[in-house]
Design a protein around this ligand. Sequence first.
Ligand code: F6R
Length: 367
Amino acid sequence: EKAGFDHFMLKEIHEQPKAYRDTMLGRISDDGRSVELPELKMTPEQLKAINRVHIVACGTALHAGLVGKNVIESLVRVPVETDVASEYRYRSPIITPDTLVIVVSQSGETADTLAALREAQRCGARVLAITNVVGSSVAREADDVIITLAGPEIAVASTKAYSSQLIAFFLFGLYWAQTVGSQDEAAIAQVLAAMQALPEQVEKILGQSETIKEVAESISHHSSLFFIGRGVDYAVAMEGSLKLKEISYIHSEAYAAGELKHGTLALIEEGTPVIGLLTQEDLYEKMLSNIKETKARGAHVLGIVNEGHEQEVAKSVDRFFAIPRTLPLLTPALSVIPLQLLSYYASLALGHDVDKPRNLAKSVTVE
Ligand code: F6R
């Protein structure tokens, strides 16, 4: 049932090209110029009236939501807030009839997420669910549902469900943009073409797992490390950090790279591993100087860069991993893959139960 893989997690990491294709299947017009989401019950008029979005979820699904915020704000220019589901209800969120609440849940059964959904509906908001399970509680109760087609996810650590949620956000963001006309047809076609290239690009990354395995083995001896990034790379850094903690039990923190010098640099000492994400070209130089700040304090840095930067970045980091080029908006769908592999191989090197980490359950149905 693991199809020749040692663990479900590794199998699921390798299923991502298929999960991306399946999640896009039938949702992109034959001419590649528009998104089709016939499953949405909301009318174009209802979508046009939305002027605020709350994305609510837990854990990894929330991290997908942080990328979703970036996607919607840049494509549609509607303000988006993200919230931890267990906090949402208790802070009297400002929900108006023109608020769209997007709940993200792989299982569709997470108690806090379900409670947030009900609260949002009680306050008169329309709820869109992004979930992997047809017929789940979240799917049944939401007003609209976009199903991710990642297939069943068995490993407790979420991989293909997260990345398929990113695909769902790209599709919904584009659909919204085309509905309100915030992006022209050529721009939408360009993003769709880049999305359709993602599965092969993921395959290419998976073919280079060996490099990540070596880094993972070296970090497995450390008790604490940092993931840093700017913009959408910061959101991916949070996911990389959670994944590592969850299955390797190594403490790590994700930091917005510009915040390091406001306290966190004090924790960097000789040999502290730092994983720096540099996929956003407009922030590249800024990221490099943040990386240099850590190097100057002894950090041992792995840089995740876009192809083409290898030679240049090699001067500033100890090791690097290059990901294929895509549009800045879409990089999380690629940059998360080496981070998933990093946590997998670190957990493996430490001899932990990769698929069933201690203290955690796949579906959290208590608040
Ligand atoms: C981490 C992980 C958890 C879940 C969270 C939400 O790898 O799997 O953080 O993402 O418990 O679960 P769902 O998406 O089922 O609501």
